[in-house]
Design a protein around this ligand. Structure first.
Ligand SMILES: Nc1ncnc2c1ncn2[C@@H]1O[C@H](COP(=O)(O)OP(=O)(O)OP(=O)(O)O)[C@@H](O)[C@H]1O
Ligand SMILES: [Mg+2]
Length: 319
């Protein structure tokens, strides 16, 4: 059976340049030992992780200039279908600096402003694709919006996908998250810090995190997961349903960047395949942990995911 179609939208893609250096000194000249450029943005990580699970990912994104072309080329070489919405402004470059102690410093460009016409082309490409080509797809919205694009862009995408019968999974932050979580998407996956900003309070205990997931579901989101880094995640699968807590085993972390995206790739795969409950949870958490030992964000290995599946500790919480 061919894998499910998972449409990953990227409003603000980037070429991620990973620099390795002994140490980083602010205000000094720093020399990198190695440099690598990888097509990035959170949606690219989700698509890459979904590909490793043998899904059929489609990546839709604004792309401009030579950097945009290189992003498309890299993703196609990973077996990801690319729908590029050409932009006049060039695709941004983000820096990820890893020092000898494994500390990661990220410097993110804001992203150039797409024109009103480019914005509409993006929405139309999604509407057409969901109507004609990507039957039974799930649509994943990940990451930030570029300058000049308001959160109504995500709201319009969620509404268009719903009208086409597609379920929408969302992972974003700030105002874009607030607006999206009020637009009744199928699933919201955020980390603890993003949930704290959304709800305006600290989420310290597991009970507080579980209640936060319940509040997100109260807004009309079908299912909500809040990730907790190495402590795993809390998932309220549906209103009135079980609250799950899952913890990954210890892994020798190369970089945890993109672990939330790989987790979302796992959840998207399950949503598209009709996998629910403990099995869906195990897969998502195994994808997140597999990402920590991957060569780059999202580049998980199916064999690693499979080896981790039985090692995930799962609990059912009572609120
Ligand atoms: N150090 C770790 N060891 C094992 N698993 C981890 C570790 N860090 C993260 N994970 C797994 O990945 C999931 C997502 O991690 P995290 O909460 O850091 O997401 P995030 O902040 O959204 O990450 P990103 O936005 O970079 O993708 C966690 O729920 C956990 O299962
Ligand atoms: Mg995240």
């Amino acid at each position: 059976m061919p894998g499910p179609t998972i449409v990953c939208v990227s409003a603000n893609p980037a070429m991620d340049r990973r620099l390795r250096m002994a140490s980083l000194a602010v205000g000094e000249i720093n020399r990198a030992q190695r440099a690598q450029g990888l097509a990035g943005g959170k949606a690219a990580h989700v698509a890459t992780a979904a590909r490793a699970l043998e899904a059929k990912p489609v990546w839709v994104g604004f792309l401009g200039g030579a950097i945009g072309q290189e992003c498309a080329r890299q993703m196609e070489s990973l077996g990801i279908q690319v729908v590029a919405i050409p932009t006049r402004s060039g695709t941004r470059v983000n820096l990820e600096i890893i020092d000898a102690a494994g500390r990661v410093t990220e410097i993110l460009e804001p992203g150039a402003e797409p024109s009103a016409q480019e914005r509409n082309e993006f929405l139309q490409a999604c509407v057409r694709g969901l109507r004609d080509e990507w039957k039974c797809a799930v649509l994943v919205i990940s990451g930030s919006l570029p300058a000049g694009l308001g959160s109504d862009f995500y709201v319009a995408l969620i509404q268009a996908a719903r009208a086409a019968g597609a379920r929408v999974l969302v992972d974003t932050s700030g105002e874009a998250l607030r607006a999206s979580s009020n637009a009744r998407p199928y699933f919201v996956k955020i980390n603890r810090a993003e949930a704290e900003v959304l709800l305006g309070r600290a989420l310290t205990t597991i009970e507080e995190v579980a209640r936060a997931a319940a509040e997100i579901v109260e807004r009309g989101v079908r299912s909500a997961a809040i990730t907790l880094g190495r402590d795993g995640l809390v998932w309220l699968e549906r209103k009135g349903g079980p609250v799950w807590k899952a913890k990954p085993p210890h892994v020798n972390v190369v970089s945890a960047v993109g672990s939330g995206d790989a987790t979302l790739g796992g959840f998207a795969y399950s949503a598209a395949q009709g996998i629910v409950g403990e099995e869906a949870l195990r897969l998502a958490v195994a994808c997140g942990a597999a990402n920590c030992v991957a060569s780059a964000p999202g580049r998980i290995e199916l064999a690693t995911v499979r080896a981790l599946l039985p090692q995930i500790e799962i609990e059912r919480l009572t609120l």
